[in-house]
Design a protein around this ligand. Structure first.
Ligand SMILES: O=C(O)C(=O)C[C@]1(C(=O)O)C=C[C@@H](O)C=C1
Length: 279
């Protein structure tokens, strides 16, 4: 049976691009979902074996729906990280269209192009939709006043023209995607990371320091700390921590165990390999 891999659809999203870079046609059946949290929940429900979702962008920061769903709604593990350089284009039905009234796209994609779009099309209204490919589909079905922020591949799939290329506000624009599965990776080798999410007793002075010192004392390199609301009261937070290395290494395993013992609440998100797409 083919492996089922979920992604934010329809066809032509950046999430699908990652799935296609990871699996050959005969290895996996790709399943589109209309929302990121639906793709994540489908893994937990056993409808797919894995889902690929964005977690962070270099211009816009965290994809909150991914972090919040992972922390509060499911018990899944990160099994891969893939970083994709994201180059957006403005897609329309007609070449040289000067009459753009509405620009549609995923909110993260619109935010990544906000300055450039403001300069090129100050009159246009920015309208969020479910994904960049859904935006391309809407433009293909609508009248000529609509344009979409999306990939060159989406232009090809939906028969659109590229009105402007590289419209992201920064050439280094890239998005970090993760694969989520019900079981963790057993043996991780090479370039890898470990992630966890925890809640500390934030009412006590020095409680974050108390956690961080466990990493410093063992020379563990934290690559990211992100806080999100704990959802139990204003001013109460959970922390997502990413570190270099896997729990097969004794210093990482020691730090993770110490955090588990010190925290009010804790979830190990696993150790996993890190890839970069070669573009
Ligand atoms: O809509 C898409 O193409 C997606 O894959 C979603 C998404 C995101 O949510 O960050 C992925 C990469 C880009 O940063 C813009 C949009």
């Amino acid at each position: 049976m083919l492996r089922k891999v979920g992604f934010l659809g329809p066809s032509g999203t950046y999430s699908e691009e990652i799935a296609l870079s990871l699996y050959h046609e005969n290895e996996a059946r790709l399943e589109p979902f209309s929302a990121i949290d639906a793709a994540i929940r489908a893994v937990a429900a056993g409808e797919v074996d894995e889902s690929i979702v964005p977690v962070e962008n270099s211009l816009e920061g965290s994809v909150n729906i991914t972090l919040d769903t992972l922390a509060h709604d499911v018990d899944l593990y990160i099994t891969k990280e893939v970083v994709l350089p994201v180059r957006h284009s403005l897609l329309t039905k007609k070449d040289g269209n000067k009459n753009i009234a509405v620009i549609v796209s995923h909110p993260q994609a619109l935010a990544q192009c906000r300055k450039t779009l403001g300069k090129l099309y100050p009159q246009a209204k920015l309208q969020p939709v479910d994904s960049t490919a859904e935006a391309a589909r809407i433009v293909a079905a609508g009248d000529g006043r609509y344009a979409a922020v999306g990939s060159a591949k989406a232009a090809e799939i939906y028969g659109l023209k590229i009105l402007a290329g590289d419209i992201q506000d920064n050439i280094a624009n890239s998005t970090r995607f993760i694969s989520l599965e019900r079981q963790p990776v057993r043996q991780v080798q090479g370039n890898c990371k470990t992630s966890l999410v925890c809640q500390i007793n934030g009412l006590r002075p020095g409680s974050l320091y108390n956690i961080l010192q466990e990493f410093a004392a063992r020379e563990v390199n934290l690559t990211r700390i992100e806080s999100r609301p704990a959802r139990t009261g204003l001013g109460l937070y959970i922390f997502f921590l990413d570190m270099e290395g896997s729990t097969a290494e004794s210093n990482i395993a020691g730090a993770v165990k110490a955090i588990e013992e010190k925290c009010l609440w804790y979830k190990n998100l696993g150790s996993y390999p890190v890839y970069h797409t070669g573009k």
